[in-house]
Design a protein. Structure first.
Length: 533
């Protein structure tokens, strides 16, 4: 694909101290066509539509419609008294993003024609189960059985047992690039005693974001029994020739807002320059789908839900929800003389932990739609709302309930959800408190008419951890999930799930993050810079 952009902007000074900026951007994506799949576009589409699925005019081989995305925006800057002591700034507008091309790229790869595979579920296959491969025949008849009969599921021989044409990735015909409406307002104010205040508020509202549906899953007809009465999906696909049929479309659901407040001051003497700044920031973000994967299938599969990934109708807290954040900066510069300076700086960050979801460890067997750990737990109000089984050689059901009940009661979020379902990203990890340090020693030499400056630097990231091994901890949970309860099976009715609880599951979150630069381990880098003029 190619994306063409055009932008025009003009500035107007309404009065001497009020400036208005208007801009208009136009983006035009142009999509290429790709391999057509006549089998899907005729036979499969008819099956899906008969099952009540809305393909939104998507077909394999059909390019996304090229359409102009207009993004007008208006900004202003108002110097209230004309002396730059009080300035109000802000703006409103529409902003269009580029699309990670690996997403629509999936439609060019996963088309049901260029790839296929064989799935043999017999735990002890014999020779008759194993296919042979004939490279000298047409696509769709290359896989043959021991008698030379074509096995393939591809066009011409659909539905052969154990034979699949892989996944299908689709994009609705009128799919739009991500667009968001944004509004912001900010105030910069000079206060007495040389203190500067800055405050800002930003609001974002989705115009066109991305959401996913697996069209090859039929609506559920079976529901769980008991306090947890969510649906349970059939493992039979609408069209058994294909695995997942993933449709990407647009949604306007989802919004975010952020605010921050900053105070700063600089102190100066003949020898010292001291700068101090403190910031408090808070933000909330809600979404239907967090687009965090390179695969359309996993975008759909990895969304935590109560009723299945095809039934994500309500907004949830985003993976990128900021929450509260506190920042502090202090820097000290000491001038020994005109040619010798020492700088010392500290940077503090205190931040709420990332959002987490409480799900079952069930290999996807509870909902049976994604076959991944994506089912949000039902938080029992009492023991009658969960069927726990004795552990072989371990805790009895009564002991497990005692431990689980104590954990729920000791967790503010889970305690508030008793008798109902946990929410996606409903809880958060612990706060982290980190201090970084920067040291710089500057030497200046005057040689002739040139000034030569050497600066030695040392940056210690997570200086807190250097001072004490128990300080400066950052926390994480794998995939931002806590697999709190094991779902192990069903009672004889086939609809009442059974569980086991292992108290060790409590250790799977608030783990110590020790990867990369922003880790719980202190790190240091040294540098040398030479400048001359």
């Amino acid at each position: 694909m190619a994306q063409f952009g055009f932008y025009v902007q003009d500035e107007f000074r309404i009065i001497d101290n009020f400036k208005l900026t208007f801009g208009l951007r136009a983006d035009l994506p142009v999509w290429d066509s790709y391999i057509e799949n006549q089998d899907f576009n005729t036979r499969t589409v008819a099956l899906l539509e008969a099952a009540g699925k809305d393909l939104q005019e998507a077909r394999v081989g059909q390019r996304i419609k090229s359409q102009v995305h207009l993004s007008p925006r208006l900004g202003f800057n108002y110097d209230v008294n004309g002396n730059k002591k009080t300035q109000i700034r802000g703006g409103v507008g529409v902003f269009t993003s580029r699309l990670p091309l690996v997403w629509p790229g999936g439609a060019y790869n996963n088309n049901g024609v260029t790839t296929g595979f064989v799935e043999i579920t017999n735990s002890s296959p014999n020779a008759a189960d194993m296919p042979n491969f004939n490279p000298n025949t047409s696509v769709g008849s290359q896989l043959i059985n021991q008698n030379g009969v074509a096995l393939g599921p591809l066009p011409g021989n659909p539905g052969a047992p154990g034979q699949f044409a892989g996944n299908i990735d689709l994009f609705e015909k009128n799919f739009k690039l991500p667009q968001v409406f944004k509004a912001s307002i900010a105030l910069d104010q000079k206060l007495p005693y040389g203190i500067l205040f800055s405050g800002d508020f930003t609001y974002n509202d989705n115009i066109s974001s991305v959401k996913y549906e697996n069209l090859n899953i039929a609506e559920p007809t079976v529901f769980l029994t008991g306090a947890d009465n969510r649906p349970r999906y059939s493992t039979t696909r609408i069209d058994p020739v294909y695995q997942g049929i993933y449709l990407a479309s647009n949604t306007s659901e989802g919004k975010a807002w952020n605010t921050s407040y900053t105070l700063s001051k600089t102190f100066k003497t003949d020898k010292f320059d001291v700068f101090v700044q403190g910031t408090y920031a808070y933000g909330e973000s809600t979404v239907l789908f967090d687009a965090t994967s390179s695969q359309n299938s996993s975008q759909w599969r990895n969304i935590e839900s109560v009723n299945g990934s095809n039934r994500v109708f309500d907004l949830s807290r985003s993976d990128f929800d900021q929450g509260s954040r506190v920042l502090g900066i202090t820097s000290l510069t000491y001038k020994w003389n005109d040619n010798l300076k020492t700088r010392l700086g500290f940077y503090y960050e205190g931040a709420e932990g990332t959002p987490i979801s409480y799900v079952y460890n069930d290999n996807g067997n509870l909902l049976r739609d994604t076959f991944s750990e994506s089912a949000l737990i039902f938080v029992p109000a009492n023991q009658s709302q969960i069927v726990l089984l004795d552990q072989n050689g371990g805790l009895t059901a009564a002991q497990q309930w005692e431990a689980l009940d104590a954990f729920i009661e000791g967790n503010d979020y889970l305690r508030s959800r008793r008798g109902t379902y946990a929410e996606r990203n409903g809880d958060r990890l612990k706060w982290s408190h980190i201090i970084d340090l920067k040291f710089a020693q500057e030497f200046t030499l005057n040689v002739g008419k040139r000034k030569h400056t050497f600066e030695l630097t040392a940056d210690i990231f997570n200086f807190t951890n250097l001072l004490n091994k128990d300080w400066g901890k950052r926390y994480f949970a794998n995939n931002d999930q806590v697999q709190l309860i094991d779902q192990v099976g069903f009672l004889t009715d086939g609809t009442t799930p059974t569980f086991r609880y292992n108290p060790d599951a409590e250790q799977t979150f608030n783990q110590i993050d020790d990867v990369g630069l922003n880790s719980s381990r202190w790190q240091m880098q040294a540098g040398l810079r030479y400048t001359f003029n």
